[in-house]
Design a binder for this molecule. Structure first.
Ligand SMILES: [Zn+2]
Length: 415
C-alpha cells in the first residue's frame, strides 16, 4: 500500500504540474495571439492600447503563476518524499520529546512558515514589479511588510486556538475525534464570518460610511425594492493598495454590510453602481453565499472523516515520506497533499461559480438596467486590465467569472 500511495502521489503531482504549465502556456499564447485586435463586441469601448495593456498584463501574471506552480510542486515533493516534514519533526522532537500537542503545533507552524516563505517572493514580485509596470500598485514596501506582520499576527491569533483544539481532540476525544473537530471547525467558521467585517477587515483597511447622498438614496431604494436589509453602506479605501475596483457584500446575519471600493465609486456613474450592486444582490437572493458555506461544511466533513481513517493507516505516513507517525503529522500531510488529489475538481468548482455569476447577472438585468451593468463591466475590464480574450480551456478550468464577451452578450439580450 505504501508504494502504491507513493506512486499515485508522484504521478498525480507530476500530472497536475504539467497541466498547470500547459494551461498557462496556452493562455499566454492565446492572449498574445489576439493582442492586435480588439474583439468586435468591444470596438469603440476599449481602445487598442487598453486591449494590449490587458494582454501584456495577463501574460506577465500567467508567467509568474507557471513559475510558482513549478516551485510549489518541488517544495511539496521536498517536504513529503524528500523528508522535509520528517526533518522538521526530528528537530522539534529533540527539544520537546514529551509534549506532543505543543510539538505538533510547532511542527505544523514551521511547515507552514516554510511554505509561505516560498510564496513570499512571488507576491512581492507581482506587487512591486508586475503591478508597478502596469501602474496598478499603490503599496510601498513598508506597507507590504506591515501587512505581512499584521496578517501573521491575526493568522496566529485566530489559527492557534483552532490548531490546539484539533490536536487536543485528536489525542483525547477517542474514535470520533474527527466528528467533534468538524463541529468545532464549522462553528469557528461561522463565528469568523460574523466577526470578519466588524473586527478583522478594519485592521487592514479603512471603512467609512457612504457619504454621497444622491448615490445613497438610489442604493437604498434598490435595497428596499429587493427586500435586503443591511447594516450599512461602506466605502473601503481599496486605493491605498491597488487601483483595481470592486464591490462586495460581506458578513452574515446582523453584521451584513455592503462595501464599495473607493476606486469603483470614482469610476462608475450612479446608474452603473446601481447595476453592479444589483448583481451583488443577485448573489445574495440566490443564496450563493449560504450554498457555498454549506458545500464547505460538507467537504470538510468528508475530508475529516477520511482523515479519521487515514490516521490509523501506517502506509499513509510511509507512503508520503514520514517515518514517525503522529496525529499532527497526519494532519499536516493531509493538508498539504489533498489539493493534489482534489485538483481534478477545480474545473467543476469553477463552472459552478460561473453559473452563479450568470444567475446574479440575470437578477441584475431584472432589477436594474442590464445596459448599465454592461457599461460598468466594460469599464472594470478596461481599468483592471483584465483580458477580453482568455484561452477558452484555461478559462473553463480556472475562471470564477465567465469570459467578458459571453457575459456581455448574454446581458445585451435583456436590453
Ligand atoms: Zn458576481
Amino acid at each position: 500500500m505504501s508504494l502504491a500511495l507513493t506512486s499515485i502521489f508522484v504521478i498525480l503531482l507530476f500530472a497536475t504540474t504539467i497541466v498547470r504549465i500547459w494551461l498557462g502556456r496556452r493562455h499566454i499564447s492565446h492572449v498574445l495571439g489576439h493582442r492586435n485586435q480588439v474583439p468586435a463586441a468591444f470596438d469603440g469601448n476599449i481602445s487598442l492600447e487598453a486591449h494590449q495593456k490587458a494582454a501584456d498584463y495577463s501574460a506577465d501574471k500567467t508567467k509568474l503563476v507557471i513559475i510558482e506552480a513549478i516551485v510549489q510542486s518541488i517544495l511539496l515533493l521536498a517536504l513529503t518524499l524528500g523528508g522535509g516534514l520528517q526533518l522538521i519533526d526530528n528537530i522539534w522532537r529533540e527539544s520537546l520529546p514529551n509534549q506532543e500537542i505543543i510539538r505538533g503545533a510547532l511542527v505544523i507552524c514551521t511547515a507552514m512558515l516554510v511554505s509561505s516563505f516560498i510564496d513570499l517572493p512571488f507576491e512581492y514580485y507581482k506587487t512591486f514589479v508586475v503591478d508597478v509596470k502596469f501602474g496598478f500598485n499603490k503599496m510601498t514596501p513598508k506597507m507590504f511588510f506591515t501587512d505581512l506582520v499584521k496578517h501573521s499576527i491575526v493568522g496566529l491569533a485566530l489559527g492557534a486556538p483552532i490548531l490546539f483544539a484539533a490536536l487536543w481532540l485528536m489525542q483525547g476525544a477517542g474514535e470520533y475525534w474527527w466528528l467533534y473537530l468538524w463541529a468545532v471547525w464549522s462553528v469557528f467558521n461561522l463565528v469568523m464570518l460574523a466577526l470578519y467585517p466588524t473586527f478583522i477587515a478594519p485592521l487592514f483597511n479603512k471603512f467609512s460610511p457612504l457619504a454621497d447622498d444622491t448615490l445613497k438614496v438610489r442604493i437604498e431604494a434598490l435595497l428596499t425594492k429587493c427586500g435586503f436589509r443591511s447594516q450599512g453602506l461602506f466605502v473601503m479605501d481599496g486605493s491605498a493598495r491597488s487601483s483595481h475596483g470592486n464591490a462586495y457584500f460581506t458578513g452574515f446575519g446582523a453584521s451584513k454590510r455592503v462595501v464599495f471600493f473607493d476606486t469603483l465609486l470614482e469610476r462608475l456613474n450612479v446608474d452603473e453602481i446601481e447595476a453592479v450592486l444589483a448583481h451583488e444582490l443577485g448573489h445574495f437572493k440566490h443564496h450563493h453565499v449560504i450554498k457555498r458555506i454549506a458545500l464547505m461544511f460538507f467537504v470538510s466533513f468528508l475530508g475529516l472523516a477520511l482523515l479519521g481513517w487515514l490516521i490509523n493507516q501506517p502506509w499513509f505516513y510511509s507512503g508520503l515520506g514520514v517515518s514517525n507517525p503522529s496525529n499532527y503529522m497526519a494532519l499536516i500531510l493531509f493538508l498539504m497533499v489533498s489539493p493534489i488529489f482534489l485538483f481534478v475538481l477545480r474545473p467543476i468548482m469553477a463552472s459552478y461559480s460561473r453559473k452563479n455569476e450568470f444567475e446574479a447577472d440575470d437578477y441584475a438585468a431584472k432589477h436594474a438596467d442590464a445596459k448599465y451593468l454592461v457599461e460598468a463591466l466594460v469599464k472594470l475590464y478596461r481599468d483592471n486590465a483584465s483580458t477580453l480574450t482568455p484561452d477558452p480551456l484555461h478559462s473553463a478550468f480556472y475562471d470564477s467569472h465567465p469570459p467578458a464577451s459571453i457575459r456581455i452578450s448574454k446581458l445585451l439580450a435583456y436590453t
